[in-house]
Design a protein around this ligand. Structure first.
Ligand code: PEP
Ligand code: MG
Length: 594
């Protein structure tokens, strides 16, 4: 293998190594496909006079998001070496200046106000106006600036429409997507038979983009700003999701080395697949239920193949993505029924809509919060309770899907007992209505559970345990909200740590409260899928883990080699630690010796 490369100006075609954060394991060898920020279809329509102010606000919110994106890209480019940093830095400065230009902003606002057109159309019009002006002056410098203006226009448009990249379906097999930033909705559109991996400049290891990559088994490396500056579409590229490394224009020797590693992985996966029909039983015969986190009905096969005993988390919000309007009750019922029937009698935990935060969709129009802190805004259950019609449609579809197999109902981002009571009263009304209409629904009714993912919910776990039938601990958000670290922001990714004693104490408190009340408690955050954490979680008393299907065999292998006695003793020793580094050391030591 080659040693560390210099990050200098590389002649096109020379082998280059680039590092980022490996967020989804695996090795892919393919051809790069660079995604520009452009859009293909932009909706243009007229708006009524009373919607003008709202439209201007929507434009300004999109502008702020585009500015934040440029600021982050610029910060990352500063870390690069040599000419790449300078060139990219200048480009982002120009874009930032354009996004701040009062002339540009006024032009768009004027278009919205005077011509009563939507914000997207007004941005398009602004770009056209400038292009017309430039066309009159034949100047190569201005011609280059025109491309910048188009890029900036596209960036705002993408923020406005939240349109995912539509072109993924026409890519050749083996494509490696390289982009500034990809949303969870973008990843949902990728066809793993065509896209073999993706690489982005922005994004953290625990955001939903990374989770989607793991769930689809797509190797992914985020935070590789330098690659965008030097890569070209069509170039040969290796993505090493384990090491967080990209090799551009690999030599034959490097290719041979990575092919060998990829084959070793396949052999290991084949060995692990033999565990499929064996139970996740510890050496002292403690049963640990292993379930799958899935996003869409298409994931059911993968869950069954991995040996999932049920679905511990169905993230229904993905059924609302990549579309202009939300699915109606019939469509939701049909999708959920496919999952329930596909799982052939195994329980399916359906979580109600967790939209907001880093999960946005055009289907919800402007209803989802665009606040400065979307993770603290109108997200998940808060959104559902504010939009009772949408919520009732989803709950009815879930109740009806429950007629076809065992279903559990899970509420995201609960922070108070009152929210659970509100949901219970809505459910009561809906059940009565569906029964009156002779529509078949789950019988018995689905058990109702809550995600424990807000520190406040963990701290009232004993009260919540009196209100619900089960808990699912969402350690991804619990870590983010406890430590005040955006799980999708690569700038603070180094501080994000689910092994922080504060997070562990909240987990322990919740598990104990559930045990006292005799209620089942599972963990469905990403730590459940990491075999290194299994001794700690089992040692704390957790007997149900839900994870990306691909993680199930490895976690099962670890559990089958575990004794709960020593695991419990080590978990208690870990709970005495104040320093997260020490927690990891104790865990690593245990994993090496047991
Ligand atoms: C979590 O927060 O841990 C969780 C499982 O939910 P999501 O990742 O969908 O927010
Ligand atoms: Mg969550």
């Amino acid at each position: 293998m080659k040693t560390e490369p210099e990050q200098q100006d590389h002649p096109v075609g020379e082998e280059q190594f680039h590092d980022g954060v490996g967020v989804s394991a695996g090795i892919a060898i393919g051809n790069a496909h660079l995604i520009e920020t452009g859009l293909r279809q932009v909706p243009e329509y007229r708006i009524s006079a009373e919607l003008v102010d709202e439209e201007i606000t929507r434009f300004n919110q999109a502008l702020s998001r585009a500015r934040r994106q440029i600021t982050k890209l610029k910060q990352k480019s500063n870390a690069l070496a040599g000419a790449a940093a300078e060139e990219l830095g200048l480009l982002f400065d120009v874009h930032a200046a354009m996004l701040g230009s009062t002339r540009m902003i006024h032009s768009v606002e004027r278009n919205i106000k005077e011509r009563q057109i939507n914000a997207e159309a007004a941005v398009q019009e602004m770009v056209r106006e400038i292009a017309r002006g430039f066309a009159r002056v034949k100047d190569p410098y201005l011609a280059a600036r025109l491309q910048d203006i188009r890029d900036v226009g596209s960036r705002i448009l993408r923020q406005l429409t939240q349109t995912p990249y539509q072109a993924f379906s026409v890519l050749p097999a083996g494509t490696v997507i390289v982009a500034d930033e990809l949303s969870p909705a973008d990843i949902a559109l990728m066809d793993p038979t065509k896209v073999s991996a993706f690489v982005t400049a922005l994004g953290g290891a625990d955001g939903h983009t990374a989770i989607m990559a793991r769930s689809m088994g797509l190797p992914a490396v985020l935070g590789t700003q330098d690659l965008l500056a030097v890569a070209r579409s069509g170039q040969s590229v290796i993505v090493d999701g384990d090491a967080g490394r990209i090799v551009l224009n690999p030599t034959e020797a490097t290719l041979a080395e990575y092919r060998r590693r990829a084959e070793a992985r396949i052999r290991l996966n084949r060995q692990l697949a033999r565990l499929r029909s064996l139970p996740a039983l510890t050496l002292d015969n403690t049963v640990v239920g292993l379930e799958a986190n899935i996003e869409l009905p298409r994931d059911v096969n993968g869950a069954l193949k991995a040996g999932a005993e049920g679905i511990g988390l169905l993230r229904t919000e993905f059924m609302f993505m990549n579309r202009e309007s939300p699915p109606d009750e019939e469509e939701q019922y049909a999708l959920l029924r496919t999952v329930v029937e596909g799982m052939k009698g195994r329980p399916v935990t359906i979580r109600t809509l967790d939209i907001g935060g880093d999960k946005r969709t055009a289907a919800m129009g402007n209803s989802v919060s665009h606040s400065a802190n979307p993770m603290l805004g109108l997200r998940a259950i808060r959104f559902s309770l504010k939009e009772p019609k949408l919520f009732e449609i989803q709950l009815s579809a879930i109740l009806r899907a429950g007629a076809h197999g065992p279903v559990r109902l899970l509420l995201p981002m609960i922070s108070s007992v009152h929210q659970v009571r509100q949901v219970r009263s809505i459910l009561k009304r809906l059940v009565a209505r569906l029964r009156r209409r002779n529509i078949s629904i789950a019988d018995p009714l689905p058990s109702l559970g809550v995600m424990i993912e807000v520190p406040g919910a963990a701290l009232i776990a004993d009260s919540l345990a009196q209100e619900v039938e089960f808990f699912a601990i969402g350690t991804n958000d619990l870590t983010m909200y406890t430590l005040a670290i955006d799980r999708g922001d690569e700038q603070v990714a180094g501080l994000y740590n689910p092994l922080h004693p504060a997070v562990l104490r909240l987990i322990q408190f919740t598990v104990n409260a559930a045990q006292r009340a005799g209620k089942p408690v599972s963990i469905c955050g990403e730590i459940a899928g990491d075999p290194r954490f299994a001794p700690l979680l089992v040692g704390l008393g957790v007997r149900e883990l839900s994870m990306a299907p691909q993680s199930i065999p490895r976690v099962k292998q670890r559990i089958r080699a575990l004794d709960t006695g020593p695991a419990t003793r080590r978990a208690l020793a870990i709970m005495d630690q104040a320093d997260e580094g020490r927690v990891l050391a104790l865990l690593d030591d245990f994993n090496e010796s047991h």
